[in-house]
Ligand binder design. Sequence first.
Ligand code: PTJ
Length: 250
Amino acid sequence: MQPPKSHPRYESLMKREKILEGIKEGIVAEAGLIAHGRGEAFDYLLGEKTIPEADLAEKIAAYHLILAEYPVISVNGNTTVLVPDDIVKLSELLNAKIEINLFYRSEERMRKIADILRKHGAKRVLGEKPDSKIPGLEHSRALCTNEGTIKADVILIPLEDGDRAMALKNMGKTIIAIDLNPLSRTSKASDVTIVDDVVRALPRITHHIKSVKEEKTSKKVIKKEIAAFDNTKNLSKILERMQTEAISRF
Ligand code: PTJ
């Protein structure tokens, strides 16, 4: 059901609709609804907006992706229904590979997700024919490709489960997570954690990449800002911000 545009929480309701539609079409896992609800709860505490600490992480993420030799964007059911265009745009801007990596893997879901991304302009989508595994993971979440996850030096993981994030970190990769829960294992294991809704985060990362190109920011400056970024400190500032933001609306 389409919510009326006048509804004060129209955007949030539209996201729910996309997730529900995705479940009906067999694209989003049923557990994706629960994951979305958890994300919504944290987003509500943040005031459903990009807070300054998230924007900083989005800028640092953009910097890592610009410096990357082989960036990869990992996608699942939720991200595909929420931001298919943004995934494709970002991959084109960075010349990054897109790889589907599912927690609740089935060949049918893999195909449906790849079809949606191709429909939105992706020339190549990896993951349907895995030829490698992430060491240390036992379930089907380990399945991946040599051309994607294995070769990646920097990997963007929106809405990731903690085990896989930690396994990727153990492989020596630079991990950029998008996760509204600042307390999740994924958030804590990542090099850069963007505590923002994926719907706002991907366009912000793209914006920062374009700014670097327009303003011709030097590699020296980029590297200096990356070195000065402390993910744990940023996460603790976010927890404080959640509290003050929520109290200010009480
Ligand atoms: O499509 P599949 O089979 O790969 O399954 C995907 C889900 C998301 C179901 C699976 O990876 C899962 O169970 O994830 P978790 O462990 O519940 O983690 C999802 C995290 O994403 C949670 O910490 C949520 O707070 C967060 N989250 C949910 N929706 C959003 C979000 N973060 C950013 N933007 C969102 N829209």
